[in-house]
Ligand binder design. Structure first.
Ligand SMILES: Nc1ncnc2c1ncn2[C@@H]1O[C@H](COP(=O)(O)OP(=O)(O)O)[C@@H](O)[C@H]1O
Ligand SMILES: [Mg+2]
Length: 340
């Protein structure tokens, strides 16, 4: 404590497949899409985050936009490292007195292999971390939701991010059983793209498909507060002439049905593996939803009806994991479940 703790700069990093969030001094200081734009010829970083996202799908052959994390794992080590460094640098420009951090807690997917774990650690160290800890995502999500992870009763969290949906049961400070599937927000977006092509003969990019998802995305065909139709513009697949198609939330509910069913099956699979005492706790408390996918209209209701256990959407689901990672950062000396 004392002088040392005063000198220790601390960062919590949620390295998501879709969004990277950094907490410094209890505040979210970086919240950017996990994308980098790299010059193909020199391998130099051109842009990161939102600026790189705006280039996505609009680049020429010399610029490449890369999402370093795909399907919940690091798909491009070099780009991941450039991204972590760049994101940490963003803090420098916002906080003048920030010196390279010494202590970091980084959130990692529960399915990470040893190699992936080491890659994240290396990247964090290269970005200035001296004292790097890692925390598994479901644990961070639970902390962020405000659950008592060390209590002797079971909690279940389902985090639906960009690349993966992570389902886990937590008790006594550990993950009792879990499953990670590669169906999440990106999959929903791809479903919408395919649907627009097949049903409406219109070609749309993944950014437009994501806009459709946010505007009229739904897990149920009968919502209490339905959103207005969303007009999609793009080229007709056959003629290349511009067309406009109004899309309703019922159509999107229909087109996402299969993917959502797969997540339901995975949740049921984890419940099946759950020891009975913990199962009883979960039925009583309900299941918590976090991650951006939790914002899909009607998802909690659909899961509740289908699985017969109440589902609760975390407050601010997009930031639950980052907040939990921030809580872990403050308790590194006390929490035994952090990975070194
Ligand atoms: N309102 C919304 N409705 C449906 N999906 C959403 C909404 N807002 C964000 N998303 C989706 O959530 C995903 C990102 O969630 P996030 O938890 O940040 O993922 P990750 O942790 O993998 O970075 C993206 O696929 C995004 O399209
Ligand atoms: Mg996440």
């Amino acid at each position: 404590m004392g002088l040392f703790s005063f000198l220790t700069q601390e960062l919590a990093i949620d390295l998501g497949t879709a969004n990277t969030i950094i907490i410094y001094n209890d505040k979210i200081v970086v919240d950017e899409p996990s994308i980098v734009a790299i010059d193909h010829t020199t391998s130099k970083l051109i842009a990161i985050g939102e600026r790189a996202r705006q280039m996505h799908g609009k680049t020429h052959e010399n610029i490449r936009t890369i999402r370093p994390l795909r399907d919940g794992v690091i798909a491009d080590f070099n780009a991941a490292e450039q991204m972590i460094r760049g994101m940490v640098k963003l803090i420098n420009t916002k906080n003048r007195f920030f010196s390279p951090s010494l202590r970091m807690v980084v959130c990692i997917p529960s399915g990470s292999t040893e190699v992936e774990l080491r890659a994240v650690r290396d990247s964090a160290e290269h970005a200035g971390g001296r004292d790097v800890y890692m925390i598994y995502e479901p644990m961070a999500a639970s902390l962020g939701i405000g659950l008592d992870v060390e209590a002797p009763d079971g909690s279940m969290v389902v985090d639906i991010g960009g690349g993966t949906s992570e389902i886990a049961v937590i008790a006594l400070g550990g993950i009792v059983c879990n499953k990670s599937i590669r169906i999440a927000g990106d999959g929903f977006t791809a479903d919408i793209q395919a649907y627009m092509r097949q049903q409406h003969n219109i070609k749309i990019g993944d950014r437009t498909a994501e806009d459709v998802k946010i505007a009229v995305g739904s897990a149920l065909p009968d919502l209490e507060n339905p959103p207005a139709d969303y007009v999609v513009r793009g080229p007709n697949l056959m003629t290349a002439l511009p067309i406009e198609v109004p899309v309703s939330y019922q159509e999107i509910a229909h087109c996402l049905d299969k993917s959502i069913s797969k997540i339901e099956t995975a949740i049921l699979g984890v419940l099946e593996q759950t020891p009975p005492e913990l199962y009883a706790d979960i039925v009583q408390k309900g299941i918590y939803l976090s991650g951006g996918g939790a914002l899909l209209r009607g998802l909690d209701k659909r899961f509740t009806d289908r699985i017969n256990i109440p589902f609760h959407v975390a407050e601010d689901p997009l930031h639950a994991v980052a907040r939990g990672t921030g809580i872990a950062l403050k308790n590194v000396d006390r929490f035994p479940f952090l990975v070194r």
